[in-house]
Design a protein. Structure first.
Lengths: 221, 411
């Protein structure tokens, strides 16, 4: 469904990606692992249409997306992808439920409908009690679950998560992982999960290991 | 300490130079205004005293602008401040640096302003000049030292304190005291109990200053209440975001809009006065002064807008990565300005008309109100439009803030 062929990307002289090819099937959970600086985040951003690779191509359902115009690419990210960052990056001035409703509102759903759907997602991720609280009042684990709800609320084809448990303790990380994967499976979304933690990678169906911007062969179980 | 200051200033970026220039220029303008005000306010000529009072009032928001620009200092050179802390500088050192720089810029700026005053008022009194320069420099030192309070420069980077600055009861008391003094002056006329011949004039002037100061501060309440209301009803995500952002930091908006509010207040007041009299030439002059004041207010808004973007960039960069178009985020900035400026300008215009009409209620004719109200509505529109135009002009800055690198910086 989502496929990258021969992706390369450099920043100045640093070569972050060097001919990486990956393929992600519908509903599949893929972990991208490797040491810090290996190019994991860069790969994720290229797949998610946030960064444009210098060479190679990214194809979603047979359509090349890395050459789309800015407006089309933005709309595609909004409608087909969800993204979770290490620190959640929610809007601190909004309540939890408003944060989750935001993507729906930007897709021009009505306010009532968006808020109801957001509340439902918060419930599914077991943070319904926090719905009306500001982000600053939530714990790290609660924040990440709200961020997961925000990424999943539009019913995306793929969810991209960059070190989603990187700022959490072990127990909190496990809870966020089970909640995220459960919700993604229920919605039929594939998950691309960047992590350098083997315990987190163990949740995935398949693991891709990067080193110095290239895929390390022979680790796919 | 001086060496460290030099180190900090070496290779200054363009925003830093602009900011330093803004602090200096603001101090210069404020010094000029205060010197002129002091020379005019000799209490012999009522017209001159009133003009002097108006100038002194204008100096307040200009000083506010200087302080805001000082606050930006820490934000525009995060990296080097963090490096300094890594190299062993204590938080106190960072504050002392701010004080030193703020004082230095205020000193040079107010000296330049005084020179302009001395040249343009050759026969005027020069006695107030040294006082004003010392006062401005001291103000610069205090402002520079306090500017860093909202920012924590740790060795790992510079973060802003969470923005939970709500309105305070104190502000409302200021405004009420001002109203009380004004009303006392108006009703007692010549028979004011203290201060002899000038008692009434002084009391009313003080009342006016307190009222305007208090109103500016009380604007915090107004802005917050309006934003909360709009946020509850917002249908579009742009309006929802804009309203919630304003609601969470109404103090900053009240401060940034203080000059706009004052200008609208004076503009509406002078309109109400024009209606009854025929001195069109004198009024044209006042209108030119108002235009200049509006430009100052635009400068204050630009500084605020820059600060706002620094605060918002992480949230906005994440939203952009999640597929929110840059156009929508630009719209959030403009709507924020409209949501904050509309109540301030509307209340300021109504207050301007109210003060004039109330003080000459016995002779004011109902048909003059048509012109007075037209002017008031026009001033409100100009004020809101200024705020929105500044937000619109910030869009190129927004593009820079949305780059993905913003999110790579970590916390
Ligand atoms: N915006 C950028 N500017 C400069 N260098 C970058 C940027 N993004 C990534 N890099 C560099 O590319 C390499 C890969 O980075 P990244 O994809 O973030 O690695 P990982 O996520 O595996 O830690 C690193 O050497 C990093 O310094
Ligand atoms: Mg990374």
């Amino acid at each position: 469904m989502l496929e990258a062929r021969g992706l390369s990307k450099s920043f100045g002289r640093a070569r972050a990606l060097d001919g990486v090819s990956v393929e992600i099937a519908p509903g599949e959970v893929v972990a991208v692992t490797g040491p810090s600086g290996a190019g994991k985040s860069t790969l994720l951003h290229c797949l998610a249409g946030v960064l444009r690779p210098e060479s190679g191509e990214v194809v979603l359902d047979g359509r090349r997306i890395d050459t789309l115009g800015e407006a089309e690419l933005t709309a595609l990210r909004r409608q087909s992808f969800g993204i979770v960052f290490q620190f959640g990056e929610l809007v601190p001035e909004l309540s939890a439920v408003e944060n989750v409703a935001l993507p729906l509102l930007f897709n021009r759903h009505g306010r009532g409908e968006a808020m109801a759907a957001a509340a439902e997602w918060l419930e599914r991720l077991e943070v319904a009690d926090c719905a009306d609280q500001r982000i600053g009042e939530l714990s790290g684990g609660q924040r990440q679950r709200v961020a997961v709800a925000r990424a999943l609320v539009t019913g995306p084809r793929v969810v991209f998560a960059d070190e989603p448990t990187g700022a959490l303790d072990t127990l909190g990380g496990e809870q966020v992982m089970t909640a995220m994967l459960g919700a993604a499976r229920a919605g039929g979304a594939a998950v691309v999960l960047v992590t350098h933690d083997n315990r987190v990678a163990a949740y995935a169906d398949r693991e891709i290991t990067l080193r110095d911007g290239a895929v390390l062969a022979g680790v796919n179980p | 300490m001086i060496t460290v200051l030099r180190m900090l200033n070496r290779g200054r970026s363009r925003p830093e130079r602009v900011r330093a220039w803004l602090v200096g220029a603001g101090a210069g303008v404020a010094a000029f205004l205060v010197c002129t005000a002091v020379s005019l306010a000799d209490f012999r000529d009522e017209g001159g005293s009133l003009t002097g009072l108006a100038l002194a009032l204008l100096a307040l928001p200009v000083a506010g602008l200087v302080h805001q620009a000082n606050r930006l200092a820490t934000a525009t050179r995060e990296r080097r401040l963090a490096a300094l802390r890594l190299a062993g500088a204590a938080p106190g050192d960072v504050r002392r640096l701010g004080a030193l720089e703020g004082g230095w810029l205020a000193l040079t700026g107010s000296l330049a302003g005084s020179v302009v005053y001395a040249l343009t008022h050759l026969p005027g009194p020069l006695a107030p000049v040294p006082f004003v320069v010392v006062l401005m420099t001291a103000g610069g030192v205090v402002s520079g030292a306090r500017a860093g309070r909202d920012v924590i420069a740790s060795p790992l980077g510079v973060t802003r304190r969470p923005r939970v600055r709500g309105p305070r009861v104190r502000d409302l008391l200021l405004a009420l005291t001002g109203v009380a003094l004004l009303v006392a002056g108006l009703t007692l006329k010549g028979g004011f109990p203290i201060g002899g011949k000038y008692g009434t004039a002084v009391a009313m002037a003080a009342g006016m200053v307190l009222l305007l100061f208090g109103l500016t501060m009380a604007a915090t309440w107004l802005i917050r209440a309006c934003a909360a209301r709009i946020g509850r009803r917002a249908r579009s995500p742009e309006t929802l975001l804009a309203a919630r952002l304003v609601e969470s930091d109404p103090r900053a908006w009240a401060r940034a809009l203080s000059v706009v509010g004052l200008t609208v207040f004076f503009g509406a007041g002078s309109g109400a006065q024009q209606a009854g009299t025929g001195y069109w030439h004198a009024h044209a002059l006042i209108d030119v002064a108002l235009l200049l004041a509006m430009l100052t207010s635009a400068a204050a808004l630009v500084v605020h807008q820059a600060e706002e973007l620094i605060d918002l960039r992480r949230s906005f960069a994440a939203l952009a990565a999640a597929g929110v178009p840059e156009r929508s985020l630009g719209r959030v900035l403009v709507r924020q300005a409209a949501i904050a400026a509309l109540p301030v300008c509307a209340v300021a215009a109504a207050a301007g008309v109210g003060v004039v009409v109330f003080s000459v209620l016995d002779i004011y004719q109902a048909r003059w109100l048509v012109w007075a109200l037209t002017r008031a509505v026009a001033m409100t529109g100009i004020g809101v439009l200024t705020a929105m135009l500044v937000a619109l002009a910030a869009r190129p800055l927004l593009r820079g803030a949305l780059r993905l690198e913003t999110l790579r910086a970590g916390r």
